[in-house]
Ligand binder design. Structure first.
Ligand code: HAM
Length: 411
């Protein structure tokens, strides 16, 4: 028997109801904020991610699903941002639209070690705003993330924000860190020893206890930010304050992708264990130009849908308003087929038994399906052109004319 690939998940019909609820809620909230959906391929040139996320990022170093095709090297997308920027530039949206707000939903792929909340195929719900440096859009995007979480009824999440500053500021911080950490190398975890020369900023948010202790001792604050970046960050914070958005400033939040500059944020949930980030994002003001587009600012975020589902309350799955038709006898079966047709044509969801179940077993099936009504059709009903209709919630049963059925079920 074949098994699913490690780190992937089958989303079975019972669970799909929750996925659909999250997707529908997201679309509704994005609509309120005037974001429009974009769908980009799941496969891109691998070089797009090398260039955007950075050669030294964990994703490019170890986690890309690569596909070699003759001379071409493709990758299953590990995230959406780079692909959306590519699409924005390739389709000349910079010229036809300029400022644009996108949202997206779909699978992402990372060759990670699978564990709770960490998969090799997982799903993002995210957004990207391209074409503005304004701190007001940072505020909108962070508020939007909170509005989505509230609409999913997820409680107890924490928003952490930081500013990495511009490219020069990031370089200044990297230099400071390198200098301060050089002689502490032996106390760092093996990954961070490697990061010291490759990606020193990532040491700041390493979860290893000995690294955390060393980082705490460094007293890293916002002193590396230039005046412009400090001013931008101050405006983001006061904008959030003005809207009553709760957040914590976390000077150790750096994010793992090279494209980030200025505002970065992460949303955490205590109920998730080690993989506690339900979503994250930030500005990437250099990426549009880097990939061949205009010199313009951008910001976005993505939620991991599997983690949203772990953090949220599990809604009861109900098969809303299903009518289950039970026919007794060959003639009734034919009439039932016509009735099912009529019900569906009138927008009423319905189903019947195709396994030759007894009346008792068919009733049990209707119960299992959470049907709202059971409609029974036997010889008597055929003669009088009626049906017996049982309301499964109240238990009430009555015989009604077939001609009255649709209005009865619709009211
Ligand atoms: P990211 O932090 O790599 O950011 O991913 C965003 C979220 O995806 C994470 O917070 C987490 O909830 C979820 N996630 C990541 N990896 C996995 C995994 N292996 N299994 C399950 N869930 C996972 C980005 O991808 C950026 N593109 C976000 C962004 C958009 N920044 C600007 N715009």
């Amino acid at each position: 028997m074949y098994k699913k690939v490690p780190g992937t998940k089958d989303i079975l019909p019972d669970e799909c109801a929750q996925w659909q609820a999250i997707e529908q809620t997201s679309r509704e909230i994005f609509r309120l904020y005037n974001y429009r959906e974009i769908r980009v391929p799941v496969i891109e040139e691998a070089a797009l991610f090398d260039r955007s996320l950075g050669q030294s990022s964990e994703i490019v170093q170890k986690q890309m699903f690569l596909i070699k095709n003759k001379e071409d090297l493709y990758a299953l997308r590990p995230e959406g941002t780079a692909a959306i920027v590519r699409a924005y530039i390739e389709n000349s949206l910079d010229k036809t639209q300029g400022f644009a707000k996108f949202y997206y939903l779909g699978p992402m792929f990372r060759l990670e070690r699978p564990q709770k909340g960490r998969l090799r195929q997982f799903h993002h719900i995210g957004c990207e705003v391209i074409g503005s440096y304004a701190p007001e859009i940072d505020v909108e995007v962070i508020r939007l993330a909170g509005a989505l979480l509230d609409a999913y009824s997820i409680q107890g999440y924490k928003i952490q924000i930081n500013s990495l500053g511009c490219v020069k500021d990031k370089k200044a911080l990297s230099d400071i860190l390198h200098k301060k950490l050089k002689d502490k190398k032996s106390g760092l975890c093996p990954d961070c020893q490697d990061r010291l020369n490759r990606n020193v900023l990532r040491i700041l948010d390493c979860k290893d206890e000995s690294c955390k202790k060393i980082v705490q001792g460094l007293n890293i604050g916002a002193e590396y930010l230039c005046a412009d970046c400090q001013g931008h960050f101050d405006q983001v914070k006061s904008g959030l304050d003005g809207l009553g958005v709760k957040y914590e400033v976390s000077p150790h939040l750096v994010r793992g992708l090279d494209y980030y500059t200025r505002t970065v944020f992460e949303i955490k949930h205590d109920g998730l264990g080690a993989q506690d980030a339900i979503g994250a994002g930030g500005r990437y003001d250099n990426l549009i130009k880097e990939l061949g587009g205009p010199d313009t600012g951008a910001i976005g975020f993505a939620f991991g849908v599997e983690r949203l589902l772990l953090a949220g309350e599990k809604p009861q799955t109900v098969n809303n308003n299903l009518v289950y038709v039970i026919s007794l006898g060959q003639e009734a079966k034919k009439e039932a087929a016509k009735l099912l047709n009529i019900l569906r044509a009138n927008g009423i969801a319905c189903d019947t038994d195709y396994e030759g179940k007894s009346l008792k077993a068919a009733m049990r099936k209707a119960n299992d399906l959470n049907a709202k009504f059971v409609l029974m059709l036997g010889d008597n009903e055929l003669k009088s052109q009626s049906v017996s209709l049982k309301n499964m919630q109240t238990g009430e049963q009555k015989e009604i004319k077939q001609s009255d059925l649709i209005p009865e079920l619709k009211c």
